[in-house]
Design a protein around this ligand. Structure first.
Ligand SMILES: Nc1ncnc2c1ncn2[C@@H]1O[C@H](COP(=O)(O)OS(=O)(=O)O)[C@@H](OP(=O)(O)O)[C@H]1O
Length: 406
């Protein structure tokens, strides 16, 4: 009788066979798991697995740093990905980056959006960056998709300062087919000598079908800007956010006052001579609002149909309506609708229910919506009279009554 005991203690003739079966089973299990992993990656789930992260620590695309986060083999491996998957991955990567890093500031003005619920991201048990699957960094394959190419902008928000340009750009960035620089490049006014290659390098990468955009509100009043933009491309689409020039001037003054509290009053800066009521048109706060004059320069280089005038007032009272017009003008599908906005009573402005790259409500930062100082009624009235003929001319030129004159 064969001795009884634990397996392996007394080898029998059947044991080598079961060991080899076990080895085969292990091998099969390993290949199955590997195939499953590859399948998951190809099914665009790679980012939810805690795979190795490569080279994401550099500055963002909007900083224009070349080569960040791209594996050497990127383009070769990327070729096996369908275009739609590439696009999805690029968007996911971009969203992940946005969650990790606030936007750059533009020339002293705040470019970043403000979290409405600060503290949540890092709170214990909350969905802070890196603390949950949803917030995890994209996996290695996803990083290969930090591709696409940098293009010169096909559309530019050229003005006007304090018109609502930041709100428009941030709202537009929700659209999956819009990619924009966060900061103001100031290329066509301050950095033109750096050349188009420098400018292009500031742009985010785009995939086919995506529009590259930037906003620099000072272009609208820069004499050289129309010719320079036209020299870059005659087809550039131009967007101008305009606002009642009197309120705009006060907003402009309020911004300067916040930085230099010792400046003279708005009233004294408005006039060359207060007794005669002569307006000081050399003061930039006043000059910028003479929209008809500035527009004349643009119309020497661009047809009016290539320009879209967005009402700064309607951007606040009906953001979805204005965004509808902008999306049509840019040839984009109307994806941004009233479902994207809510009115924040504390801020007194529409905010995004979910900003691009975030699941939280977002409003513009503290530098937008500053309380304006009380201005002498007579001065406001005098300014209204001053602007009226220019406004009427502007309405004629654009074919749109913005309603600033009653
Ligand atoms: N949604 C939303 N949230 C906050 N602010 C909004 C919004 N929509 C328009 N605005 C108005 O935008 C004004 C600032 O305009 P800009 O962004 O063009 O300013 S800047 O030229 O870039 O400094 C800013 O002007 P002030 O209120 O005078 O600060 C706002 O009135």
């Amino acid at each position: 009788m064969a001795p009884q005991g634990p397996a392996g203690a007394h080898p029998s003739s059947a044991e080598p066979l079961s060991r080899s079966i076990f080895r085969k089973f292990l091998l099969m299990l390993c290949s199955l798991l590997t195939s499953l992993y590859v399948f998951y990656c190809l099914a665009e789930r790679c980012q939810t697995l805690s795979g190795p992260v490569v080279g994401l620590s550099g500055g963002g695309e909007e900083a224009g740093a070349p080569g960040r986060g791209v594996l050497a083999e990127g383009p070769r491996e990327l070729a096996v990905w369908p275009a739609a998957a590439q696009r999805t991955r690029l968007l996911q990567l971009r969203q992940w980056r946005r969650r990790r890093r606030p936007a750059r500031r533009e020339g002293g003005e705040e470019a970043a959006w403000e979290e409405e619920t600060p503290g949540l991201a890092g709170s214990p048990g909350g969905s802070g960056a890196g603390s949950s699957v949803a917030e995890a960094a994209p996996g290695t394959l996803a990083l290969l998709l930090d591709e696409g190419s940098k293009q010169l902008p096909q559309a530019i928000i050229i003005g006007v300062k304090k018109g609502g340009t930041r709100a428009l750009l941030e709202f537009l960035r929700v659209h999956p087919d819009v990619r924009a620089v966060g900061a103001e490049p100031h290329f066509f006014d301050r950095s033109y000598d750096k050349g188009l290659a420098w400018y292009r390098d500031l742009m985010p990468r785009t995939l086919e079908g995506q529009i590259t955009m930037e906003k620099t509100p000072s272009y609208f009043v820069t004499r050289e800007a129309p010719a320079r933009i036209s020299a870059m491309s005659k087809d550039t689409k131009l967007i101008v956010v305009v606002r009642d020039p009197v309120t705009r001037a006060i907003s402009d003054y309020t911004q300067t006052l916040s930085k230099r509290p010792d400046i003279p009053t708005f009233e004294s800066l408005t006039f060359k001579n207060r007794t005669t009521g002569l307006i000081d048109t050399s003061w930039s706060a006043i000059q910028i609002g003479i929209y008809a004059k500035h527009l004349e320069h643009w119309l020497r280089h661009f047809p009016i149909g290539q320009m879209l005038f967005v009402s700064g007032e309607r951007l606040i009272s009906d953001p979805a309506g204005e965004l509808g017009r902008v999306q049509d003008f840019l040839g984009l599908k109307r994806i941004i609708t009233d479902k994207h906005f809510y009115f924040n009573k504390t801020k007194g402005f529409p905010c995004l229910k979910k900003a691009e790259g975030s699941s939280k409500p977002h409003c513009l930062g503290k530098t937008k919506g500053r309380t304006h100082p009380e201005i002498d009624r007579e001065v406001v009235q005098r300014l209204r009279e001053f602007y009226r003929p220019f406004n009427l001319k502007f309405y004629q030129m654009t074919g749109h009554d913005f309603g600033w004159d009653g």
